[in-house]
Design a protein around this ligand. Structure first.
Ligand code: BGC
Length: 512
């Protein structure tokens, strides 16, 4: 099917839609493809990945400034020094968000930009102004700001003291969160305390990162796991006692969960243990009725530790007070979903993948990728849309009914690629699963695509592009151009249905 839309400058809208032929992608426009009126669509970014201005005004260094400047080879020679230059170009970002018709925009605050010393003794006037402008600019256009307080951007001074593995970090973080709530809480009603503790602790605590004293696997990652949960809980409690009565917002954190299937039915038990390691380790303490670590995780870490000569468990225990502090500190479940793995026991003598997130330690399990799954550029993230719904079902079965916000879900390509049909299918296939979840009675209220635009993609530098908008990183103006997926997503949003209708965004022809 062909849909023709006149070529135009993206800002000149509405542009005439010439032809609209029934439903795209073989979907017929039935009411079950309609999103409920309360459902909201958004897109996400994070400060280090887009802002640039790494040393402007009184901003201090973050761990990423230090890493990219000292070991550039690890990041494909890329830095976030300029990135998308959103510190300067935030007005254009808002324009894009408006063009897309997003109901909310998820962005993060840079801790070292707002608090240059890391502590609340100095609050940067420029940092404050930047985030106030962004929040007010969004609200003027009727767009809800959804704000992440921490998205991987540890102040370098704290990283040198161990970052998330230092028990004191939870208080330093909580003090920072209090400043953020007091400055912006009158206008921000949805908060994400910490982005993806599992990626922060398990994936970034790998040997490629030079800050773990060689203790990354099963030591530093578990310490980080505990203190990141305590930090989240302290921030939630601060909001609950000091701000909720005035501002009535919602606070939780965003978990990146890897959905797991048994590669054969006899591995169901091993798969469930692996789910407790991958997902339960970041959920049980907060969402379960009992709190603390999942019991099977405690047992396995102790058992495997004894086998290799440890006399003490490497999983830092929670005290009774800590269990109570962390338990129940949520207002919704924030889920970042990208991919799935198949679980099986390791073969004799087989070495287990050293990247902790995409395999586990302390469980004799190996995670495989089904060769039939489609891929974007990033081969760690093969596409398996049904995993999104099954992951939510698992969470709900284990921890009970609650509100779900999908705070990230995205597809990576590389190079200039405005005709990104694969991204369109990716979005459509995942939104279909969201609709099915809603129809099954799961209370999903928001979906946020990652990302609004191409950005600095951590270990991938600028090679991996997730954006609805393409960014020209060789241009001083960091020109942003909508991809066809932007047109598709905006059509879905305006129509509130997977029965896509083309909109004003500049596209020439969508061939489906
Ligand atoms: C992170 C983002 C990242 C995205 C795509 C997520 O795990 O939160 O910062 O850009 O994945 O790689």
């Amino acid at each position: 099917m062909l849909i023709f839309v006149t070529e135009s400058v993206s800002k000149m809208w509405p542009v005439v839609i010439l032809v609209w032929l029934s439903a795209p992608f073989g979907l017929s426009c039935t009411p079950d493809l309609q999103f409920p009126s309360w459902f909201k669509f958004g897109a996400s970014t994070s400060s280090y990945q887009i802002e640039g201005a790494w040393n402007v005004s009184d901003k201090a260094e973050s761990k990423w400034d230090r890493l990219t400047h000292t070991i550039p080879e690890t990041f494909k020679q890329a830095t976030g020094d300029v990135a998308c230059d959103s510190y300067r170009l935030w007005r254009r970002d808002i324009e894009m968000i408006e063009e897309l018709g997003l109901q909310f925009y998820r962005f993060s605050i840079s801790w070292p930009r707002l608090l240059p010393s890391g502590f609340p003794n100095i609050i940067s006037e420029d940092g404050k102004r930047y985030y106030n402008n962004l929040i007010d600019g969004l609200l003027e256009k009727g767009i809800e700001p959804v704000v992440t307080i921490y998205h991987f951007e540890m102040p370098e001074i704290f990283q040198e003291l161990g970052g998330w593995t230092n028990p004191l970090i939870s208080d330093w973080y909580a003090d920072y969160a209090r400043v953020v709530f007091s400055l912006f809480g009158d206008r921000v009603k949805t908060w994400i305390t910490i982005n993806e503790p599992s990626i922060e602790c398990d994936y970034f605590h790998t040997s490629e990162m030079p800050y773990n004293a060689g203790l990354e696997h099963g030591v530093a990652s578990y310490m980080c796991n505990k203190y990141v949960l305590i930090a989240h809980a302290k921030a939630w409690r601060i909001y609950d006692t000091e701000f909720r009565h005035k501002y009535n917002g919602k606070v939780s954190f965003s978990n990146h969960l890897l959905w797991l299937y048994p590669s054969s039915p006899e591995y169901e038990e091993l798969t469930e243990i692996s789910r407790e390691f991958i997902s339960g380790r970041y959920c049980h303490a907060v969402y379960s009725k009992e709190g603390g670590w999942p019991p099977v995780v405690e047992e396995n870490v102790a058992k495997f530790g004894r086998k290799i000569g440890y006399t003490r468990t490497r999983l830092p225990p929670f005290t009774k007070e800590e269990i109570e502090l962390v338990r129940g500190t949520y207002d919704y479940f924030g889920l970042n979903y990208y991919t799935t793995r198949l679980v099986r026991p390791s073969y004799p003598g087989e070495s287990v993948n050293p990247s902790v997130f995409f395999s586990v330690i302390d469980v004799d399990a190996v995670f495989d990728i089904d060769p039939d799954w489609r891929n974007g550029l990033n081969k760690l993230l093969p596409i398996h849309p049904i995993g999104l719904r099954q992951q939510m079902e698992w969470v709900q079965k284990h921890y009970g009914e609650m509100e779900f916000i999908i705070s990230e879900n995205g597809y990576s390509s590389t190079g200039s690629n405005l005709n990104d049909y694969e991204r369109i299918s990716f979005i459509k296939d995942h939104l279909e699963q969201v609709l099915m979840s809603i129809n099954e009675g799961i209370n999903v209220t928001k979906y946020s695509y990652w990302g609004l635009m191409d950005d600095f993609e951590w270990l991938d530098g600028y090679r991996s592009n997730f954006g609805l908008y393409e960014v020209d990183f060789s241009d001083v103006n960091r020109t942003r151009t909508p991809r066809k997926s932007a047109a598709y997503y905006s059509g879905v949003i305006r129509n509130r249905s997977l029965c896509y209708e083309p909109t004003h965004i500049d596209i020439n022809t969508i061939e489906i």
